[in-house]
Design a protein around this ligand. Structure first.
Ligand SMILES: C[S@@+](CC[C@H](N)C(=O)[O-])C[C@H]1O[C@@H](n2cnc3c(N)ncnc32)[C@H](O)[C@@H]1O
Length: 339
């Protein structure tokens, strides 16, 4: 029914915060520690919550079962592939849930309509936070910056394992690679461990790489990708270009081209990002891409791109050719750019 659909959509943010609540209560970690399907009362005692709140916890679990995060068996709640991702151990996508539901930043979405009422390039985020870009905000609020880094790293863990397993030949013949906008190095760590002969570097803003993961397997360089990028056989750009408008992307891609052209064995730029409308028939994947697109609109004044948009910025930055890999990694696709 149309009315039910509108009610459902209006209330959907409650699903986000119910998921956030499950992360804050570490429900997945408790089920994992229990070792087998966990009855509601055991879950309640392990948190612990006052016994009169057990039925409220049951209602929270019912919603999350309905949303496909947990399942309920006769014995209790077993760990599922989705709920496993939210454990505090391991890749901990819980950090991503906490980032997206951050109480201070989430308030921008109540003002989304303002994006359409004014001309100019200021993003909604900048408008709400007194002209600050998200990167400046994250620098000034170290806790938010730390959460941002953890969230990006948690998403990188599962995606990057899929990338190195599904597409190992992408890295064939390369001696060195720079991960531009690579955050604290979670992605580059997985590449370096999978291909020990490949010398890897994470490159990001100086205050971000100052918090880079401890590792002997990759180098760390701080700088500004709009100015100069260290030379390398390959530049890796994962979920960076969607933060920027077309002109900025062309500037970044030109710096990448200079970096690979000044390396002797220079070959390509590897982009991992969303391509709107690409291949997928899965309704959740399509919907998630569209949610990311509006998320980029509000947070950065930027966008997710369709094939035509990607063609425009790649050719606009002076590349002669590119190749889009046919299989997606979740919502992301892989594009190789050749100078
Ligand atoms: C959305 S995050 C992606 C992080 C990482 N590539 C990943 O996929 O997890 C974008 C990254 O770009 C970095 N960044 C923003 N402006 C930058 C600049 N001017 N130079 C270098 N890195 C920058 C941010 O600090 C952040 O780590």
């Amino acid at each position: 029914m149309d009315l039910t659909r509108i009610q459902n959509l209006s209330l959907s943010y409650i699903s986000s915060f119910a998921l956030r609540c499950a992360v804050d209560l570490d429900i997945s970690g408790r089920i994992q520690a229990y070792g087998h399907p966990m009855p509601l009362n055991e879950l309640a005692r392990s948190i612990p919550i006052p016994p009169e709140k057990d039925s409220m916890l049951g209602r929270l679990m019912t919603l999350l079962v309905n949303q496909g995060i947990f399942v309920q068996s006769e014995a209790g709640y077993p760990l599922t592939p989705a709920s496993e991702l939210l454990q505090t151990e391991g890749s901990n996508v819980g950090a991503y849930v906490r980032l997206v539901t951050d109480a201070e930043v989430v308030k921008i979405w109540g003002r989304l309509s303002e994006v359409f009422k004014e001309s100019g390039e200021v993003s909604l985020f900048e408008k709400v936070f007194d002209g600050k870009q998200l990167w400046e905000f994250a620098k000034e609020k170290p806790e938010y910056g730390k959460l941002f880094g953890e969230a990006m790293a948690s998403l990188s863990n599962s995606l990057m394992r899929g990338l190195v397993e599904s597409y190992p030949h992408i890295f064939d013949g390369l001696n060195n690679l720079v991960d531009v906008g690579g955050g604290t190095g979670a992605a580059v760590k997985i590449i370096a461990e999978a291909f020990p002969k490949l010398r890897c570097t994470v490159f990001d803003l100086p205050h971000v790489v100052a918090k880079a993961l401890e590792s002997n397997s990759f180098d760390v360089v701080g700088g500004d990708m709009f100015e100069k990028i260290p030379p390398a056989d390959a530049i890796f750009l994962k979920n960076v270009l969607h933060d920027w408008g077309d002109e900025d992307c062309i500037r970044i891609l030109k710096r990448c081209k200079e970096a690979i052209e000044s390396s002797k064995n220079g070959g390509k730029v590897i982009v991992v990002d969303i391509i709107i409308g690409f291949e997928s028939n899965d309704q959740k994947t399509i919907e998630t891409s569209l949610l990311f697109d509006i998320s980029m609109m509000g947070l950065f004044g930027s966008k997710e791109r369709n094939k035509q948009d990607w063609h425009g910025i790649i050719i606009g930055a002076g590349y002669s050719d590119y190749k889009i890999y046919p299989d997606q990694l979740g919502v992301n696709s892989v594009i190789e750019l050749y100078p």
